[in-house]
Design a protein around this ligand. Structure first.
Ligand code: ASP
Length: 351
């Protein structure tokens, strides 16, 4: 059964249940979710969104959830579901991951990803890769086929290719929209005489980043399989105009991704530097483990703390009982859930 709902008002009546869209963290009573995904948080404004674009995003998110759900239904692992869902988003030009990755200052695409298994606490990650079609698949290969957790750059590319991951020409990642986004950011930077890493302590913002481009299109997924095991993953092109081999939170276990059957699976999207300093994904899990918070309250607290530090973005999480959290402090976050009956729900805006 494929049903989806686009939330644009303040309330939605879904399957007879009233759920406030300012409070997406609350699972509908009695609903067991088996997967939650995000396609990035940021300046996602209804006024600048066309119905066509909205439809494209909704369809892509639905396809990702369906791919993950199909894996769960056939009895595959939550890792398979996470990888399948993220592969769909990586292959879409809409998201800042895989095909749609943003450009570095030098006009290149350097991709990061990580994955974690909640049953074994095994994890894998790649960072700064330029020719791997699906970085999340490479991260999984690192987890399952090496004795390491994180491989970067050329070494990661050689390892992934040798272990069956698809390689592409770097030009595969070119999209006009991302290129134009980079040009806008560079010219704004020149106007402001500011560099990417110039930090303005007054407004806690990196100079030169225009509002229009403050969109974190990273993708992530958390799944719960029929065996009761959780898995989580995150994949990104990083932040537009990044320099000097900058790596964000997405490939860092504990910041961009964390998963533990004892608590929850977590994936982050947002201004990576803040998520690293917050150790955001692990922080959510620790708040559940050590303070007894629900997944919803833990997600709220993490985003509150990131906001207090001056950062912005979102976080998704799913616990072993099927409770879901989708929290963010930006105008919107592409996100969605699928429950154990296959009912898909898609959300974009805050209100
Ligand atoms: N968190 C990512 C990073 O900082 C960006 C994003 O979420 O889109 O690299």
């Amino acid at each position: 059964m494929r049903k989806f709902f686009i939330i644009s008002g303040c309330f939605v009546l879904a399957a007879g249940l009233l759920m406030s869209c300012n409070d997406n963290s609350q699972s509908a009573e009695g609903t067991k979710y088996v997967m939650v995904i995000h396609g990035g948080a940021g300046t996602i404004d209804k006024s600048t969104m066309t119905p066509e674009k909205e439809k494209e995003y909704t369809e892509a998110l639905t396809a990702a959830l369906q791919a993950g759900y199909d894996k769960i239904q056939e009895g595959s692992s939550s890792l398979d579901a996470v990888q399948a869902a993220i592969n769909v988003m990586e292959n879409s030009p809409l998201f800042n991951a895989g095909k749609g990755a943003v450009f570095t200052h030098d006009g290149k695409n350097e991709l990061d990803a990580s994955i974690m298994d909640g049953a074994t606490l095994k994890a894998g990650a790649v960072a700064g890769v330029t020719n791997l079609k699906n970085p999340i698949s490479a991260a999984r290969a690192v987890m399952e086929k090496s004795e390491h957790v994180m491989l970067v750059g050329r070494g990661a590319e050689i390892f992934a290719a040798a272990n069956g991951c698809d390689t592409v020409e770097p030009s595969y990642f070119f999209t006009q929209e991302r290129w134009d986004q980079l040009q806008r950011m560079i010219s704004k930077e020149e106007t402001n005489h500011a560099a990417f890493n110039d930090f303005d302590p007054k407004n806690s913002r990196i100079s030169g980043v225009s509002d229009k481009d403050k969109k974190f299109g990273t993708v992530g997924a958390v799944a719960l399989d029929k065996q009761g095991n959780l898995a989580a993953g995150t994949s990104t092109g990083g932040m537009t105009n990044k320099r000097y081999g900058r790596v964000g939170d997405a490939p860092i276990i504990g910041a961009g991704t964390y998963c533990n059957n004892a608590t929850a699976g977590v994936s982050s999207t947002g201004w990576g530097e803040y998520y690293i300093r917050e150790v955001a994904a692990n922080r959510l899990s620790s708040l559940m483990e050590l303070k007894g918070l629900t997944v919803a309250d833990a997600a709220k607290q993490v985003i509150h703390e990131i906001e207090t530090m001056g950062g912005n973005g979102g976080i998704i999480s799913l616990d072993r009982a099927g409770n879901v959290a989708m929290e963010f402090n930006t105008p919107g976050m592409y996100r969605g859930t699928v429950d154990e009956n296959g009912k898909i729900s898609i959300f974009i805006y805050k209100e």
